[in-house]
Design a protein around this ligand. Structure first.
Ligand code: HEC
Ligand code: HEC
Ligand code: HEC
Ligand code: HEC
Ligand code: HEC
Ligand code: HEC
Ligand code: HEC
Ligand code: HEC
Ligand code: HEC
Length: 332
């Protein structure tokens, strides 16, 4: 019966699944290598001219240049030649075609006529419109996993897989300081993760909106070996970085519940105290039956059921001390 139902369901869903596959394939065409090269290197018929030549005729990009020169990337100089290791053309592609015919005299003439001289920027890499993977390759040609250690898991990470590019998070021209400070991450992440924003506004929540704990304490946006981009090898390891008293091992373990804190807690936020997925006693009653205030009580004597389980079972994560009868009841 069940099998038959499943087969019917599958048949009903088949067209949907097939269309989904079709659209996946359509949205990620395999691009010939040459095309990719063009996307991340720019016009192959242009030449590199150097930042000086690019910018000397006009001052329109002075702020960008100043900020960039002061940034960690911009101050990197080759020991041998004294030339910058990263310059405008490293990311935007070679610039000779863009500045063809632009001289200080032409800029001055245009200015007199009330015109602003534009370089032919269409010959640069179309950075805002190329596929995310190509956008990231512009950075990865220098930021290899060996050079930038935290990028080891980038390719398999859900950001890369879901077409999020480096420059969606790192705004290269936002200012001279390219280092991401933890307190900047909140706006960075909320831009795309509205559902997380909603969870962190629930009554019980980790102090992320208060900027005492950060998304990046638990997640590595560059990819990780664990599900959900978690920073540590397991979910429990991620939590006990800060909650080491819950790590154990305890003499009396709460079965293997503690291996996955999600059995009882929502990591971001919850309407219930202590980030609980379900309030006590209902949380406990998912797995236990309750007991009465008096163990000798019978149905007839109608002793009340206990409801505030953790008033007595206060060491709910595990305990090293036995209860009165010598077993662990998480009472002390
Ligand atoms: C590390 C890579 C990188 C380098 C180096 C770089 N840029 Fe950019 N630039 C970008 C990216 C990515 C964008 C598009 C997204 C954005 O605006 O942040 C961009 C956008 C721009 C824009 C258009 C948007 C705006 O802010 O006006 C200009 C103009 C620009 N860059 C000029 C320059 C100049 C001039 C230099 C050299 C001083 C330079 N860039 C160096 C990556 C880079
Ligand atoms: C031509 C080589 C090159 C390219 C292309 C490049 N970078 Fe860099 N980047 C460097 C070097 C060199 C440094 C300084 C050393 C370091 O921190 O690894 C650096 C540093 C950084 C830093 C650290 C800043 C800090 O203060 O610690 C960030 C963030 C960064 N790059 C992002 C990017 C992004 C995003 C892109 C693509 C849009 C990109 N880079 C493209 C070479 C490059
Ligand atoms: C989803 C947002 C996001 C994406 C996408 C992303 N980064 Fe980052 N990056 C961060 C954050 C946040 C930090 C701050 C350090 C940390 O906690 O990992 C950071 C730190 C860095 C640093 C070290 C400098 C620092 O501030 O400590 C470099 C270099 C860097 N990223 C390069 C890259 C490159 C190259 C890519 C693309 C391959 C990339 N990032 C993609 C968010 C992102
Ligand atoms: C430009 C948009 C964008 C930004 C900015 C962004 N993300 Fe994401 N993130 C995505 C997309 C798209 C996915 C994949 C689809 C999904 O799960 O929502 C994703 C997935 C995730 C996941 C789930 C991983 C999984 O395996 O299910 C985590 C965790 C995450 N992001 C954390 C962060 C953090 C932390 C930041 C800030 C440093 C951040 N994101 C910034 C777009 C973004
Ligand atoms: C205290 C640790 C912690 C902090 C801080 C944290 N997260 Fe998470 N996040 C988790 C855990 C654990 C999961 C996995 C939850 C699950 O599987 O149910 C998760 C899941 C996610 C997911 C995937 C949700 C899904 O349903 O697949 C996204 C997206 C995400 N977090 C984004 C963020 C953003 C954005 C921030 C900061 C505003 C943030 N997280 C802060 C621990 C944290
Ligand atoms: C970066 C440190 C850090 C990490 C990682 C962390 N926590 Fe916390 N957690 C705290 C702090 C600090 C508090 C104290 C309350 C506050 O200031 O928000 C707290 C409070 C709590 C609370 C009580 C909340 C309340 O309403 O009083 C629970 C439950 C909790 N954390 C569970 C977890 C779980 C589950 C994980 C792993 C997904 C985790 N924590 C990861 C720092 C952390
Ligand atoms: C079987 C359910 C259960 C599991 C599994 C569980 N917790 Fe709890 N946790 C609770 C309950 C119930 C409370 C509230 C205790 C109270 O009311 O005294 C709590 C409270 C907390 C608190 C806040 C109060 C305190 O004692 O500091 C933190 C922090 C916490 N848990 C962290 C964790 C971490 C980390 C894990 C995973 C290693 C975890 N919990 C697994 C049920 C659980
Ligand atoms: C996800 C299921 C689950 C939840 C939720 C849960 N427990 Fe447990 N609990 C167990 C398992 C499994 C055992 C081990 C049972 C055994 O060894 O017979 C256990 C053991 C116990 C024991 C010791 C029993 C004994 O026979 O020694 C007590 C007391 C207990 N739990 C109380 C609680 C309380 C109070 C809560 C709510 C805060 C709770 N549990 C939530 C699954 C759960
Ligand atoms: C007034 C204190 C108190 C409260 C409240 C309480 N318990 Fe207990 N519970 C105990 C004591 C004491 C024992 C040990 C009884 C024994 O050894 O005979 C115990 C034993 C247990 C056991 C072991 C099972 C057994 O019968 O041997 C479980 C499971 C349990 N409690 C779950 C719960 C749950 C679930 C709640 C909330 C609905 C709860 N308790 C509320 C004191 C309490």
């Amino acid at each position: 019966m069940v099998l038959a139902k499943r087969i019917i369901l599958l048949c009903a869903l088949l067209p949907v699944i097939l269309t989904a596959c079709e659209s996946l394939r359509a949205s990620k065409p395999i691009i010939p290598l040459r095309e990719y090269e063009r996307m991340i290197a720019g016009r192959l018929d242009a030449n590199y001219v150097g930042t000086q030549n690019c910018l000397s005729a006009c001052h329109y990009h002075d702020r960008i240049k100043q900020d960039f020169d002061a940034s960690t990337m911009g101050v990197q100089m080759s020991k041998k030649s004294g030339m910058p290791l990263v310059n405008c053309e490293s990311c935007h592609g070679p610039g000779s075609l863009a500045i063809e015919g632009i001289t200080p005299e032409k800029v001055e003439e245009d200015a007199k006529a009330g015109k602003r001289t534009e370089c032919n920027y269409k010959t640069f890499i179309d950075i805002n419109n190329i596929p995310a993977q190509a956008k990231s390759l512009i950075c990865l040609k220098c930021h290899t996993a060996n050079a930038t250690f935290n990028l080891h898991n980038w390719n398999a990470g859900s950001h890369s897989v879901n077409d999020v590019a480096c420059s969606d998070c790192h705004r290269i021209h936002a200012g001279p300081d390219l280092k991401v400070k933890p307190r900047d991450t909140l706006d960075m992440c909320y831009k795309c993760h509205q559902e997380a924003k909603a969870e962190f506004s629930l009554p019980s929540h980790h102090a992320v909106p208060e900027k005492r704990i950060f998304c990046t304490d638990c997640h590595d946006p560059h990819g990780s070996l664990t599900e959900k981009l978690l920073r540590k090898a397991t979910l429990k390891d991620t939590c006990v970085q800060c909650h080491s008293d819950k790590e154990g091992p305890f003499v009396f373990e709460h079965a293997d519940n503690n291996d996955d804190c999600r059995n009882c807690h929502s990591p971001h936020g919850s309407p219930n105290n202590n980030l609980l997925t379900v309030p006590v006693p209902f949380l406990c009653l998912q797995c236990h039956s309750g007991h009465r205030t008096d163990s000798k009580a019978t149905k007839e004597s109608k002793a009340a059921f206990y409801t505030r389980c953790t008033d007595c079972h206060s060491q709910i994560h595990g305990s090293d001390l036995p209860s009165a009868d010598g077993t662990g009841r998480f009472i002390q």
